[in-house]
Design a protein around this ligand. Structure first.
Ligand code: FAD
Length: 505
């Protein structure tokens, strides 16, 4: 059996992997994290996907046990501001669209009032809760309900958190449960005569040996790329944003309030994220250096997010967009930024980490190192990243915005194989299971519908069949949505009030 796992890197990826593997395999497998105290972590990565709750569930952590340590807050949706046109917004929430009388509610919306109402407000409940800044949990412990008409449960929210605080929290959590923590620099990665990783040489702790080495060294890919030479395949031809600049803006959130969503605001050469944590705002401008230089990006971000705080330190980041051809090579598995990354528009970086760890557990090898396990892992990791790539390209193609050279170019740039054909289909039929990217359903089809309609630059014809169908049931659902939204908004507490109680115990 494989008994000894060595993880290089102590960012979100390294500590999520260490704590999860330790939880699953217990003391049957030794887990060591080697983390430099000289090379900083990326320092961003604050918004998540609703599947993140499975990670905390697996570690056996309830919200009150970890959220107060990580300045964490709730995320019900992403608010897309100015993507349709300046001054307009819509939400992409964690909420499925129900079927009514055999057709999806989005189809009914297109047919009944597609040109007179805002899709998200008309078809979904969460947008109203976002506007009212509600918490998804009430003080008596109840959770914003499972309100999908087709009965499929959906966890309705994710989290925002301070990535550095989460890594620190997971360090303590992991070390208390037996993870070995080596604070040191890896000076070299030594291979045996077959080219497999044999051991690491560290500055102060000498040689560190292991069976399986996990590369969590971020964009540098110290093991997978620099040592094993695995090629990195860039996505910049279809997703040109390759830089970001970030600020941490202290705020009195009690005065300001906490909105329960991430905001992505379209900007001249990219977009700006606004992430309300419990205690500060995380913000950053993601842009393409083809259209904007770092100084201009920083000035745009400061003017937008912190005009009165010129002394805040800006974190400039060059992003490696794409993925390794394979993320598991010989006895090395890359997880996190060393494996692959697409821009954080749909908050998928940590989701990629979680998916990779869960898949590694399923494909975990023994001393035979069956290649079929690694092949399965590599295929699934690639499909997830490629699926998200396609979903993100859709955001730019379908955006109504085309007022700067950057946004104009977004309409004529190359698209991944298959997407152009799918977009043609979506002129007549909204996306469904059979017409979205076939290998990855991490984004349910409702997400593709919400984005295609919400972005405002793409039109889909209503299904002709609806002219012959009985619309009464759909009208009743549309009439009920604002009633349910009002009821929930009246029942659920203000998001800041709920978080204040959670954070102060
Ligand atoms: P890093 O944080 O870079 O950590 C690398 C680690 O390797 C560090 O501990 C470093 O000390 C160590 N290391 C490096 N070299 C050595 C060495 N020689 N010896 C020992 N140790 C070494 N994801 C989301 O889910 N949501 C978001 O909102 C989001 N926003 C993002 C915004 C931007 C601009 C970027 C770039 C990323 C964003 N991400 C987001 C992605 C997210 O930040 C990462 O997926 C996550 O932080 C994981 O990073 P990492 O641990 O792979 O790498």
């Amino acid at each position: 059996m494989i008994r000894d796992i060595v993880i290089v890197g102590g960012g979100t990826a390294g500590w999520m992997a260490a704590t999860y593997l330790n939880r699953v395999f217990g003391d049957r497998v030794a887990v060591t994290v080697v983390e430099s105290d000289r090379v900083p972590t990326i320092g961003v990565g604050e918004a998540t996907f609703s599947t993140i709750r499975h990670f905390f569930d697996r570690l056996g952590l309830a919200e009150h046990e970890w959220m107060p340590h990580c300045s964490a807050s709730y995320k019900l949706a992403i608010r897309y501001q100015d993507w349709r046109a300046k001054g307009e917004h819509f939400y992409h929430p964690f909420e499925r669209l129900p079927d009514v009388a055999g057709f999806n509610l989005a189809d009914w919306w297109l047919y009944l009032d597609g040109d007179v109402s805002r899709f998200d407000e008309r078809c979904l409940v969460i947008p109203a809760l976002c506007e009212a800044r509600r918490s998804p949990r009430s003080f008596d412990g109840r959770l914003l309900g499972e309100y999908t008409e087709d009965g499929r449960a959906q966890f309705p929210y994710a989290y925002h958190f301070d990535a550095a605080l989460l890594a620190r929290f997971l360090t303590t959590f992991g070390v208390e449960r037996g993870v070995r923590h080596v604070l040191d620099d890896v000076l070299s990665v030594e291979q045996n005569d077959r080219g497999w990783i044999d051991h690491l040489v560290t500055a102060r702790h000498g040689v560190v040996t292991g069976d399986l080495f996990i590369d969590c060294t971020g964009f540098r890919g110290l093991l997978i790329n620099q040592t094993l030479g695995e090629p990195f395949e860039s996505f910049e031809d279809v997703l040109p944003n390759n830089r970001a600049v970030a600020l941490r803006v202290p705020e009195d959130m009690g005065l300001r309030g906490v909105e329960p969503y991430t905001t992505a605001t379209a900007a001249p050469a990219g977009w700006i994220w606004t992430i309300p944590l419990y205690g500060r705002i995380g913000t950053g401008y993601v842009y393409s250096d083809e259209f904007c230089d770092p100084a201009e990006a920083e000035a745009t971000l400061r003017a937008f997010a912190a005009p009165d705080s010129p002394d805040l330190e800006a974190n400039h980041i060059r992003m490696r967009i794409g993925r390794n051809r394979r993320s598991w090579v010989r006895n090395c598995v890359a997880i996190g930024l060393s494996s692959g990354f697409v821009e954080p528009l749909e908050s998928t970086g940590i989701f990629f980490i979680q998916h990779a760890i869960e898949q590694l557990v399923r494909d975990f090898p023994d001393a035979h190192w069956d290649q079929a396990l690694a092949d399965d892992y590599n295929r699934r990791v690639a499909e997830v990243i490629d699926g998200v790539r396609e979903f993100l390209v859709l955001h730019y193609l379908a955006a109504g915005r085309d007022d700067t050279p950057y946004w104009k170019a977004a309409k004529t740039r190359a698209v991944p194989d298959g997407l152009a054909g799918r977009m043609r289909t979506w002129a007549s039929l909204l996306p469904d299971e059979s017409s979205v990217y076939p290998h990855f359903h991490g984004f349910d089809t409702y997400s593709w519908r919400v984005m295609l309609i919400g972005l405002g630059g793409w039109s889909t014809r209503p299904r002709p069949a609806l002219a012959l169908a009985d619309a009464d049931a759909a009208r009743a659902v549309f009439a009920d949505i604002p009633r349910r939204a009002r009821r929930l908004a009246a029942t659920l507490p203000d998001c800041h009030d709920y978080l204040a109680a959670l954070h102060t115990g």
